[in-house]
Design a protein around this ligand. Structure first.
Ligand SMILES: Nc1ncnc2c1ncn2[C@@H]1O[C@H](COP(=O)(O)OP(=O)(O)O)[C@@H](O)[C@H]1O
Ligand SMILES: [Mg+2]
Length: 364
């Protein structure tokens, strides 16, 4: 905008300068040199054409009218003693106006054509982007489907014996006094079975996500509830969670429990990304059609190679990670009619975004 303004100012200055120079030449050159006057008279077409080309019909008319007045003054002042020649010059004035108008019109047509070409180009590249996204999602969905099938079978088989082992470990552990060196093994067995239990239930959730029970809800409420649930864990790791939600926001139609789960996954990842403590900003804002929520941390960020894989099931860089949090989140968001994506600057942090259509029911 600023650049455009500068350019227009320069162009106007150039036109004014040309007009002034030619007019001064007109007034200053003796009428004896009428061949020079013929040249000046025609030189006026240069600023007229420039004005019309750069500023359209109004620019062409403004320049040609100004010139018509200046030129008429010159004719009255210097050529009244020569009525024949004066008449011939007056005849040039309507030509100035016609050329100003015509070139202005042509430039407008050209500008309109260019604009429509540009917008067609923009539409095309948007469509291309959407196609690419759809293709990505398709590939992702395909991978998810086969992995989900396989892992669901395994998880299902593991689940029952695992529950028995957990119960047995619990009972065996009760008989060991805390001072006994074996107590440590009992503790490890309990911890590891609990971890397996978490893994199997995440796998089942990933492979057979429950259908969403969607209701109209203020996203702020989901954010507040998710932040409450992870509050303790954040405090323990000296991470401060800041909630930023605009007061006026539209409702969204989602399963609150599922989206809360997504937010919790994102916030826990953000906490884990900042083991030395830090800050997480969870915010939401409503645009014209969409509500966009985000979870932003100031952790190490995600490298571009990893960025392509973090939503893949079982991709994890953590020693005790399952690599399922983000792929579950991806599915839950999609099943609730939304989008999830991430931007990350290695060394500065990551920001995960969620978007859902806002309902226009007058309450938002
Ligand atoms: N906020 C974050 N900052 C940095 N890396 C992240 C963040 N969130 C996710 N990741 C990366 O994505 C991987 C997958 O995350 P997720 O699916 O939740 O599985 P998990 O947390 O079990 O590793 C993580 O192991 C980590 O490498
Ligand atoms: Mg996780």
């Amino acid at each position: 905008m600023n650049n455009d303004k500068k350019k227009n100012l320069l162009r106007t200055a150039l036109i004014v300068a040309l007009v002034l120079v030619i007019t001064i030449l007109h007034f200053e050159t003796s009428t004896q040199h009428h061949y020079l006057h013929q040249i000046y008279q025609r030189s006026y077409y240069v600023p007229i054409v420039l004005g019309a080309y750069w500023f359209g019909i109004s620019g062409g008319l403004a320049t040609s009218s100004a010139l018509a007045v200046l030129f008429a003054l010159h004719i009255v002042k210097d050529w009244s003693h020569h009525p024949d020649y004066a008449f011939q010059q007056y005849a040039e004035i309507p030509m100035y106006l016609v050329i100003g108008l015509l070139v202005g019109y042509l430039s407008r047509v050209q500008r309109k054509t260019r604009e429509s070409l540009e917008s067609a180009g923009a539409e095309l590249s948007k469509a291309y982007g959407k196609l690419n996204d759809a293709f990505d999602q398709l590939r992702h969905a395909d991978r998810l489907a086969s992995l989900g099938h396989l892992s669901a079978g395994i998880a299902h088989e593991i689940r029952n014996p695992l529950a028995s082992i957990q119960g047995a470990v619990e009972i065996l552990g009760q008989d060991i006094p805390a001072t006994d060196p074996k107590a440590e093994f009992a503790r490890i067995a309990k911890k590891e079975t609990a971890r397996l239990e978490r893994l199997t239930s995440e796998i089942l959730q990933f492979s057979k996500p429950a259908p969403p029970q969607r209701l109209e809800i203020k996203p702020r409420e989901i954010i507040a509830s998710a932040c409450r649930l992870v509050g303790d864990q954040a405090r323990r790791q000296s991470v401060e969670i800041i909630q930023e939600s605009a007061e006026a926001e539209g409702d969204i139609l989602v399963d609150p429990e599922q989206i809360k789960q997504v937010l919790i996954n994102l916030i826990i990842n953000a906490i884990q990304a900042q083991p030395e403590g830090g800050k997480i900003v969870v915010s939401g804002k409503t645009g014209t059609d969409e509500w966009i929520g985000s979870v932003k941390d100031s952790g190490p960020g995600i490298s571009s190679e990893q960025l392509d894989r973090i939503f893949d099931p079982f991709f994890t860089t953590k020693r005790e990670g399952t690599g399922l949090g983000l792929s579950i989140s991806y599915q839950l968001v999609k099943n609730n009619g939304g989008r999830i994506w991430v931007t990350s600057e290695p060394g500065r942090g990551s920001c995960f975004f969620l978007a859902f259509p806002v309902l226009h029911n007058g309450s938002g």
